[in-house]
Design a protein around this ligand. Structure first.
Ligand code: DLL
Length: 432
């Protein structure tokens, strides 16, 4: 049995969770129908009235929402509470089109912070911990969410934000940080710097809470080994609040969704049909406790699997797998579906660090996938035959995983730009 922030909720019976969801869903639907014209129109188009939604069994009747709806309704079109009751906005890191802006009442912030507190406690956090929050602060939700969760747990919070690695390491050592919260790519970079500078003996970290981007099991092992910690995954998205929509427990086999606040469904991304437990598809969330910016059936584009199998931690919340990619980010190269996470798995299996960049181009109507991979210092050699051998081995490992030829370029250590936030792994030149 594990540590819980709110045992009575986190280990509630499935019947209890269902009862909460039924009641909260009905309330949310009524509220948005009455207060949000955009929703009212969407529901009317489907011939729906609030009375048609009596509980979770009726959820499938509701229309989906996508990022396009959020852009259409920008900035205030989906608000369900008066602006004067809102205390905060956050925004997605989207680089194309209009940014998506979300609103929070104080109650929304409290619930969000509580979700993050559950994640911190699940990772072993208590009021005696020193929690270094190295996610970006600002419009991005990472810093604000974990900061709020850390306060709720009562940890001493170090609001570092991302960047300035020297200062990160100095505070980590001087203030004896025990929990590190940042993106996995930044964690890997910090771990690399700690090992290189011979600082491992001076750090007191015991756990890391890493999310906001895809990372593989191999990358987890690598970070855990380098830092001597247990690394926990955390998932969330701005539209649904931010980090803490789901979080990992000590079993590290998927993330428990905070089902007292969010209802999850898996759908076929092509047909919209709801898929049964255990099938892979697009994750869809309905928020049932948000006041300012509730979203019904929001399509995340994240491809996952849900599992209701009993978890040894004692939590009864459904678990989602690590996202296996995005239905819209999935690369189709020569007609083959390629997820960057598959490439990362091969690299780490072959002993390469997770510093790589994928570039897709099209020449003479034929797709080409180029992969720049950084070598470790040990691998780097000026013997040409050795490098050719390495390169060939990697090409063949990638071919057997993906089924296509990948043009591998091995590059010297430290050539690929490091990221302090989410790493930009893919450059798809075909869309330009
Ligand atoms: O990334 C919120 C967050 C901050 C989560 C800190 C965890 C920690 P957005 O910037 O809106 O919000 O991006 C959301 O990032 O739809 C996923 O595609 C991806 N993502 C988030 N967490 C994970 C994760 C934050 N643990 C989008 N594994 C989501 C894989 C993740 N992908």
């Amino acid at each position: 049995m594990g540590n819980y922030y709110q045992p009575e909720i986190e280990t509630a019976s499935r019947e209890q969770i269902r009862a909460w969801q039924d009641e909260r869903l009905v309330n949310t639907v009524n509220r948005v129908y009455n207060n949000v014209e955009y929703y009212r129109n969407l529901m009317k188009e489907k011939g729906l009235e609030p009375g048609d939604i009596k509980g979770v069994d009726d959820l499938h009747k509701l229309p989906f929402l996508t990022k396009a709806d959020l852009r259409d309704a920008y900035p205030y079109g989906l608000m369900a509470a008066p602006l004067s009751n809102c205390v905060r906005i956050q925004s997605t890191s989207g680089t194309t089109g209009r940014r998506v802006v979300t609103f929070y009442t104080q109650n929304d912030i409290d619930i969000w912070d509580t979700c993050c507190a559950r994640a911190i406690v699940a990772a072993g956090g208590t009021k005696d911990d020193v929690c270094q929050v190295s996610y970006g602060y600002g419009l991005f939700t990472g810093g604000a969410g974990l900061n709020g969760g850390s306060h709720k747990v009562g940890c001493l919070t170090l609001p570092m934000s991302s960047g300035n690695t020297d200062r990160q390491l100095q505070f980590m050592i001087d203030l004896e940080a025990t929990i590190l919260c940042c993106t996995p790519s930044y964690a890997a970079y910090l771990a690399e710097s700690i090992v290189e500078r011979g600082l491992k003996d001076q750090i007191k970290l015991k756990a890391g809470i890493f999310g906001a981007e895809a990372w593989s099991e191999e990358m987890r092992q690598d970070i855990q080994n380098k830092l001597g910690i247990k690394a926990y995954d955390i998932y969330g998205l701005t539209e649904i609040s931010g980090p803490g929509v789901s979080f990992e427990c000590e079993e590290q086999t998927g993330m428990h969704i905070n089902e007292d606040n969010f209802i999850a469904e898996i759908i076929d991304p092509d047909t919209g049909e709801v898929l049964p437990d255990g099938e892979k598809g697009e994750l869809v969330f309905t928020s049932i406790t948000k006041e300012a910016f509730p979203l019904l059936r929001y399509r995340t584009r994240d491809i996952c699997v849900l599992s209701h199998e009993k978890c040894s931690c004692g939590r009864t919340f459904v678990k989602m797998s690590k996202p296996m990619g995005r239905s819209d980010d999935m690369l189709i190269v020569k007609g083959v579906n390629v997820f960057p996470s598959q490439i990362e798995t091969v690299l780490l299996n072959e002993g390469y660090p997770a510093n790589y960049q994928i570039t897709v181009t099209r020449e003479n109507n034929s797709d080409k996938l180029e992969l720049q991979v950084e070598m470790t210092n040990e691998m780097f050699s000026d013997r040409l035959s050795e490098m050719e051998g390495r390169q060939k081995a990697l090409v063949s490992a990638l071919k057997s995983m993906l089924g296509i030829y990948v043009d591998v370029r091995l590059v010297a250590p430290k050539t690929i730009e490091r990221s302090e936030g989410k790493a930009k792994r893919v450059i798809d030149k075909r869309r330009i």
